[in-house]
Design a protein around this ligand. Structure first.
Ligand code: ADP
Ligand code: MG
Length: 436
């Protein structure tokens, strides 16, 4: 334990978007994965977790900083590091056996050795009897077993699992996770360290010796929580529940509370991403919060369970509600503000009015669009105008998503209308009348 295997030192990475502007995805990432540990990495989607993993595996180069493998700079794909991806990425025309064997073949291992190694991996990961099956004949869980076997057959020193369980249904994901832990615990894996990227807080706490929390824009390690519980861990135990609470607290704290993070994250800027939260979901959470048993204050893990939202979804809604001034967060609890309570009690037109007012005050992108429409004599503007603006700070997908959310919210807040076929954003009719 404690000998670093892979180290990232002040690692930075930018990507160029379609229009040629660079966007910083990772900045000042310091991290080392040590012998004998499992580390979990949590963070919003788009925060650069997969990029960090690809850099660790030597699949892409960092722009700044250093990547060391066993103390030596890493220049290309690291032979001793294997990745497991969320999408199974199996070759559909190859059997299970062949899919697993591929990496060994690429390494130039003679066929007779390959067969043995593949057989061992198949046995280990519970695929016996499926050697001749094609991927399409398998369930999602079995396909992911193939994905894992394909990584394990290379006997990697380091295993990087990028949301490896998140495409599976809950039970299958849990079972596979437990099996991996069992193999790890009983030292049946040659692997010396595992890094799991997850968007499931419970999974992170159940698996890891430390949980790292990643910040967005640019991505970097913001917090770290050691998990010293012995394994196997009991998911319902008070220790595990307490740690889950702590992680929720850390995840919401960094995103919301001043002092810990830059002002930028606290007060939204024009070119920032917007949390992926639709109105119905915000309304639903507020209504639930107002009601029994919560009475205005809820523990986020409890709320996640009640709503059946994923952690990521719930955190997005929480961020949106905080942004709008309807609620605030405190140590992993969400607490309704008086304005939130007023909103819940209001009828629909009143809700829309409150929402619109809060948008203009707190969401610069919506305020900017609204302002633009007021300035323009025709009262309508094409969405491309705003997309072009957003592309200065966001990549294409994020720019589109931010604009889509701003438009959805703005429409509900009765600030403007939007024509899905033409992409034209228009002043809401109500305002035209008022302006005359
Ligand atoms: P995460 O895994 O945390 O969801 P990613 O590392 O996949 O985040 O992506 C971080 C950001 O970098 C995203 O905005 C993504 O669109 C962008 N990005 C990732 N890979 C590329 C690439 N090859 N070219 C341009 N942008 C990229
Ligand atoms: Mg990812």
């Amino acid at each position: 334990m404690n000998t670093p295997i892979v180290e990232l030192k002040s690692v930075g990475k930018s990507f160029r978007s379609a229009d040629g502007t660079a966007r910083s995805v990772l900045e000042g990432v310091d991290f080392s994965l040590k012998e004998g540990e499992i580390v979990a990495l949590l963070g919003q989607s788009g925060s650069g977790k997969s990029t960090m993993l690809r850099i660790m595996a030597g699949l892409i180069a960092a722009d700044h900083g250093q990547v060391l493998y066993r103390g030596l700079p890493l220049y290309g794909p690291a032979q001793a590091i294997s990745m497991v991806f969320q999408s199974f990425a199996l070759f559909p025309w190859l059997t299970v056996q062949k899919n697993i064997e591929l990496g060994l073949e690429a390494k130039g291992m003679p066929p007779e050795d390959r067969v043995q190694r593949v057989a061992a991996a198949i046995e280990l990961i519970g695929l016996s009897g499926f050697e001749g099956a094609l991927p399409r004949e398998l369930s999602g869980g079995m396909r992911q077993r193939v994905g894992i076997a394909r990584a394990l057959v290379l006997e990697p020193e380091v295993l990087l699992m990028d949301e490896a369980f998140s495409a599976l249904d809950v039970l299958t994901g849990e079972r596979l996770r437990e099996e991996i832990l069992e193999l790890w615990q009983t030292k049946q894996l040659p692997t010396k360290a595992i890094l799991v990227v997850s968007h499931n807080i419970e999974e992170a706490v159940m698996m890891a010796d430390r949980v790292l929390i990643f910040a967005s824009d640019p991505g970097r390690v913001r917090d770290e929580l050691p998990v010293t519980l012995s394994r196997p861990r009991e998911v319902e135990s008070s220790e595990v529940r307490g740690l889950i609470d702590n992680v929720y607290g850390l995840m919401t704290a960094g995103a919301m509370r001043p002092g810990r993070v830059s002002e930028k994250e606290v007060k939204l800027q024009l070119g920032d991403r917007l949390p992926e939260a639709d109105i119905a979901r915000m309304d639903g959470i507020l209504e639930m919060l107002a009601d029994d048993p919560f009475q205005g204050r809820a523990d986020l893990p409890e709320l996640a369970e009640k709503t059946e939202l994923t952690d990521q979804e719930l955190l997005s809604v929480s961020r949106a509600l905080t942004l709008m001034g309807f609620a605030h967060l405190d140590h992993g609890d969400i607490i309704m503000n008086p304005l939130g309570a007023k909103y819940v009690q209001a009828n629909v037109p009143e809700r829309q009015e409150i929402f619109g007012r809060q948008l203009l005050e707190n969401v610069p992108l919506v305020a900017y669009i609204h302002h633009g429409l007021k300035q323009d004599p025709s009262g309508d503007l094409h969405e491309d105008l705003f997309l072009r603006l957003l592309r200065f700070t966001l990549n294409e997908d994020d720019a589109r998503s931010a604009l889509r959310i701003a438009i959805e919210w703005g429409r509900y807040g009765d600030l403007f209308e939007y024509n899905y076929t033409t992409g034209i954003i228009q002043m809401a009719r109500k305002e035209e009348v008022a302006a005359e």
